[in-house]
Design a protein around this ligand. Structure first.
Ligand code: ADP
Ligand code: MG
Length: 438
């Protein structure tokens, strides 16, 4: 790949929508460059103009001000060197998988025979070998998205623009498709020279990109960027990954987070595992939303009145916020942390992510996950954990600990608990180690 070639240069680009009084600026003064060989992720809250920016880069819409340059030439009309992959693809229902991909090639003037041959190769590349003759209605969402990828790749774009390409997929399909894309990219089996991917998932962005550009809204703009210097293949468990996640969360919350919050306040020494307070994510979310509404510190004694919960539940919820690093408590006052604010303001999915990132560091949860990882099947009967905990705690406390850990772990999608068989298992694929490139 010829690096150091600037493919894309977005120069002081703004875009307005609407007319008259309803006119507003969706993105403002965007500067962004992409070199050949780069994989850049664009992160930011919903409505900050990520899709708008991508549409201008691919030439689907024009900037109101500024210029998009591609290989030093202003982009006017559709940019022929880029292709966009959307959240969900409209495949032609009356065409087979092969037909859908071949059509994109035929549209480029490639003869039918050759189109078929190349389409078969592309279908194979995205891992859909054997489904050439299937129709879209017979495919899962993940498979359809793969066909969409194959179709986008068929035009051999120099730069691939991806607009939340995995967000409409279930967890497993998304993970599989990310893997396929990364493999295609890192093995350079495609003529693609750069990728610009919009994401709302920080972990996804870190695991894939070389550089993460963070946007914010009102007006939509770039606020900061982070290089990702972690070796590939990446996994959440590698050194530096979670620290980078934290920095990005904090940047999205608009502030930087002090390092002292890093591991909450939970001591990790064996034999003095801090008990998880028996509180729920719902109670936590309610309290953080309340704290987030008003600036500054709150008197704890005021809170139980405001939240209409009793003092004992409140104490548990506060402790939950504290050990997760979402709030600090001092001298009867509680104060929400930047991370707590990020959680309070986040979407449901992002909340899970923030929560999971913290919960997995709690000694109790780490222990549960390590136990599950230590068996090949990744699942164990609840009784195993009960027995182990009863060495340290009275039976009822052990039982309640486990209930709480399961509740939090389920919410965080770290583990699965089957009430009927009373077995715990790892929530794959998050917990599966990426195989090393041996
Ligand atoms: P994102 O992809 O980051 O969620 P978008 O680029 O879709 O953001 O939207 C940015 C802002 O512009 C939002 O406020 C959205 O409602 C508005 N917007 C997007 N497309 C249009 C349009 N075609 N007409 C008017 N407003 C739009
Ligand atoms: Mg969008």
């Amino acid at each position: 790949m010829d690096s150091k070639t600037t493919l894309l240069r977005v120069d002081k680009v703004s875009r307005d929508y609407g007319t008259g009084e309803r006119r507003f600026t969706a993105v403002k003064d965007i500067n962004l460059t992409l070199q050949a060989g780069e994989f850049v992720a664009l992160l930011g809250p919903s409505g900050c103009g990520k899709s708008t920016l991508l549409r201008m880069i691919t030439g689907l819409i024009a900037p109101s001000q500024g210029t998009v340059f591609y290989r030093d030439k202003p982009v006017i009309g559709v940019n022929p060197h880029t292709t966009m992959v959307f959240q969900s693809f409209a495949l032609y229902p009356w065409l087979s998988v092969l037909g859908n991909v071949a059509l994109a090639l035929q549209a480029r003037g490639i003869p039918t025979d050759e189109s078929q041959q190349r389409a078969i190769k592309l279908i194979d590349l995205v891992g859909m070998d054997g489904f050439e003759n299937a129709y879209p209605r017979e495919l899962s969402g993940g498979m359809r998205q793969k066909v969409g990828f194959a179709r986008a790749l068929a035009v051999e774009p120099e730069m691939l623009c991806l607009d939340e390409p995995f967000s409409a997929l279930d967890v497993l399909s998304a993970e599989a498709l990310r893997g396929e894309l990364l493999e295609l990219w890192t093995n350079q089996r495609l003529p693609i020279q750069a990728i610009l991917m919009v994401s709302h998932n920080i972990e996804e962005a870190i695991s894939m990109a070389d550089r993460i550009v963070v946007m914010d809204k009102e007006p939509g703009r770039i606020v900061t960027e982070f290089p990702v210097n972690l070796p590939r293949p990446r996994s959440r468990t590698q050194p530096g990954f979670e620290a980078l996640m934290d920095r990005i969360y904090a940047a999205i919350a608009g502030r930087t987070e002090p390092e002292a919050l890093e591991v909450g306040t939970a001591p990790g020494a064996p034999g003095q595992t801090r008990l998880l307070p028996p509180s729920s994510v719902n109670a936590l979310a309610g309290m953080l939303e309340h704290l987030n509404e008003a600036e500054g510190k709150h008197d704890i004694y005021q809170l139980d009145h405001d939240l209409e919960i009793d003092m004992e539940d409140l104490v548990h919820t506060i402790e939950m916020a504290e050990i997760l690093g979402f709030a600090t408590v001092a001298a009867g006052d509680i104060q929400i942390t930047p991370l707590g604010e990020a959680f309070a303001e986040a979407s449901i999915l992002a909340r899970k992510d923030i929560f999971a990132n913290r919960a997995r560091r709690l000694p109790m949860i780490t222990w549960l996950l390590d136990m599950l990882r230590s068996v090949p099947e990744g699942n164990l009967p609840r009784k195993v954990f009960d027995t182990a905990l009863q060495v340290e705690f009275p039976e009822d406390i052990a039982d309640r600990q486990l209930d709480t850990a399961i509740d939090w772990g389920r919410y965080a999608e770290l583990l699965v608990y089957d009430d009927r068989s009373e077995r715990l298992s790892l929530d794959i694929p998050d917990e599966v180690e990426t195989p090393s490139a041996a």
